[in-house]
Design a protein around this ligand. Structure first.
Ligand code: NAD
Ligand code: UFG
Length: 334
């Protein structure tokens, strides 16, 4: 039983690699390193005692991917590889559509050739758009996302659905992540994007270590508990564990396309996250209130009951754990 992780040296992929190895799975990683570093492979080994097979390869390189499938008996793929910055996707739509859509099409074509028809795909809560209610459930339809990044997620979901219609032997699981934050408790794996971060927790981390002066809170006039945006923050290790259970279910399934929200089911505001970070880490995060960020919705959180009922998965880590682990990671990896 071998599982291929595309994008496996990235933030979520590396945590999932650790959980897979810890549950005895044989894995291989393919990553172009466009947004990660090869030293992650060594760090996975430090944590688990086992070094995963690593291919520095772009999933757009069909010949190279074909060779990886020829060399390894791959039973299933967890497909993380993709570009993920919302703002950058608005500036570089062609790069985003090309990388995410063509990369996925190339991968699926090679999988089909090698009769490997089991895939878990990293989707996002962004595919729900703004349905007008904060609690998002899988039975809601997709709404056109407001940026090219989100559009690639919605399109890939549709491609996977169409693929299954054409061939019922495919087993496909779509995981819709909410807002992953936190880091591995060893401090060896985490999220540390280059440049000025778009996302809230990486920004807070850079303020905490003094690399950025203050946090800009995007709007305090939303109809939420304190006026700031509300999101469902989920610890990346809980999220990684969701992949293990999703994969187990997929392997025993007859075929089909299943979608699961992976979130805690709780919404926290920007200011609640800031206050919690300050409290558990005993550090001040200076902030100013700014204009709303275009495209943001007021509030969203997961209805995570399907994942609990069908996968036996439930997030267990608290907002305090997420803040503590994020701080440890950034201090160890400045
Ligand atoms: P990440 O950037 O840390 O990891 C993605 C990895 O994919 C990187 O290591 C990158 O080098 C690699 N990659 C990108 N294009 C590639 C290509 N063509 N060939 C080979 N490797 C390639 O991102 P992440 O946060 O770990 O996200 C993993 C997946 O989950 C992505 O598909 C992302 O869109 C999705 N997702 C992330 C979030 C989030 O907030 N982090 C939320 C929802 C969904
Ligand atoms: N925020 C700030 N200041 C910042 C950054 C963010 O106030 O510097 C606020 C936002 O306005 C929002 C909240 O913090 O209310 C969370 O923002 P993030 O950018 O961290 O996350 P988003 O919910 O906007 O988007 C994230 C990922 C998307 C993914 C989506 C749903 O970036 O890729 O979650 O999964 F699609």
């Amino acid at each position: 039983m071998k599982v291929l992780l595309t994008g496996g040296t990235g933030y979520i992929g590396s945590h999932t690699a650790v959980e897979l190895i810890n549950t005895g799975k044989d894995i291989a990683i393919v990553d172009s390193l466009i947004n990660s570093n090869e030293d992650v492979v060594e760090r996975i080994k430090q944590i688990t005692g086992k070094e995963p097979k690593f291919y520095k390869t772009d999933i757009l390189d069909k010949e190279a991917i074909d060779k990886i499938f020829a060399e390894n008996e791959i039973d299933a793929v967890i497909h993380f590889a993709g570009l993920k910055a919302v703002g950058e996707s608005v500036e570089k739509p062609l790069e985003y559509y090309y990388n995410n859509i063509m990369g996925t099409l190339t991968l699926l074509d090679v999988m089909r050739k090698h009769n490997c028809k089991k895939i878990v795909f990293s989707s996002s809560a962004t595919v729900y758009g703004d349905p007008g209610v904060p609690r998002l459930v899988e039975t809601m339809g997709r709404r056109t996302p407001t940026n090219p990044y989100g559009a690639t997620k919605a399109m890939i979901e549709k491609i996977l659905e169409d693929l299954y219609i054409s061939d019922n032997s495919w087993k496909i699981t779509i995981l819709r992540y909410f807002n992953p934050i936190g880091a591995h408790e060893s401090g060896l794996l985490g999220d540390n994007p280059n440049g000025i971060p778009n996302n809230l927790m990486p920004y807070i981390q850079k303020v905490a270590i003094g690399e950025l002066e203050k946090l800009h809170v995007f709007g305090d006039d939303y109809e939420t508990k304190d006026g700031t945006g509300v999101r469902d923050y989920i610890h990346v290790v809980d999220l990684a564990k969701g992949h293990i259970l999703a994969l187990e279910k997929l392997l025993s399934a007859d075929g089909g396309v299943e979608k699961y929200n992976l979130g805690t089911g709780c919404g926290y505001s920007v200011l609640e996250l800031v206050k919690t970070f300050e409290k558990v880490n005993n550090i001040k995060i200076p902030y100013v209130i700014d204009e709303r960020r275009p495209g943001d919705i007021a509030a969203c959180y997961a209805d995570a009951s399907k994942a609990e009922a069908e996968l036996g998965w439930k997030a267990t880590k608290t907002l305090e754990d997420m803040c503590r682990d994020s701080w440890r990671y950034i201090q160890m990896n400045k």
